[in-house]
Design a protein around this ligand. Structure first.
Ligand code: TZP
Ligand code: MG
Length: 214
């Protein structure tokens, strides 16, 4: 996974959580604050509803040269010529997704335990989303939080770029980076705030600081 500025800050959309700004405005502000990967994740939209949203986001992100990743849906990523897809453990298995998307596209995969992270070692995923690290109210069917100790243990088992996810905010971001994450992925720490730009900026500073510390 290439990174513009040597840090990874992924913003994951949730139009309900971003409702006060509107999805596109929230994404734009997040980018202006330093977000450098966006994942479109709208579990409650039908395919038909998702398409126009994805198209508008794609042109917005093209303007800012920020990659757009589509949650779960290899078909939509292909159809839109998006930059990539983020796969969960129950989505299309990585090898098939890679075959369809080709080697230039970004493929991220969610992992939350040892077995999943070990299986991913054989695959050229572009990053792993690892978590939930902390308790989160954003994903109701999330696995149990793995904690900082869990992250530290799983870190040793993987050669991949690890983006920590789940309950991460400006208060705890430095601890997940110290535990071995290469970057973070957030929904509410940016989307649920009154000022997504400022929230993203704060996270960006933490990421840049910890990266230059080590
Ligand atoms: N996968 C694991 S936790 C999570 C997802 C999509 C939700 C993260 O949301 P938040 O608001 O950053 O805790
Ligand atoms: Mg998924």
């Amino acid at each position: 996974l290439k990174s513009n500025n040597n840090y990874y800050l992924q913003f994951i959309t949730d139009r309900v959580i971003c409702a006060s700004h509107g999805l596109e405005k929230a994404v734009e502000l997040a980018i202006q604050g330093g977000v450098n990967i966006v994942q479109l994740r709208e579990k409650h939209l039908t395919t038909n509803e998702l398409l126009p949203v994805a198209r508008r986001l794609k042109s917005l992100l093209q303007y800012y040269k920020v990659p757009l990743i589509i949650n779960d849906r290899v078909d939509l990523a292909l159809m839109l010529d998006a930059d990539g897809v983020h796969l969960g453990q129950t989505d299309m298995p990585y090898p098939h997704a890679r075959k369809l998307l080709g080697k230039e596209k970004i493929i991220g995969l969610s992992v939350s335990n040892r077995e999943q992270i070990e299986r991913a070692e054989a695959w050229d995923v572009n990053y792993l989303g690892i978590g939930p690290i902390f308790k989160t109210n954003t994903k109701l069917d999330a696995d149990k939080a793995i904690g900082l100790a869990g992250l530290q243990q799983l870190r040793r088992l993987s050669r991949h770029v690890l983006l920590a996810i789940g309950g991460i905010d400006a208060q705890n971001a430095h601890t997940v980076l110290q535990a071995g994450a290469d970057g973070i992925a957030v929904v509410s720490a940016i989307g649920a705030t009154a000022n997504p730009q400022q929230a993203a900026q704060q996270l960006t500073h933490i990421l840049q600081q910890v990266k230059t510390d080590v």
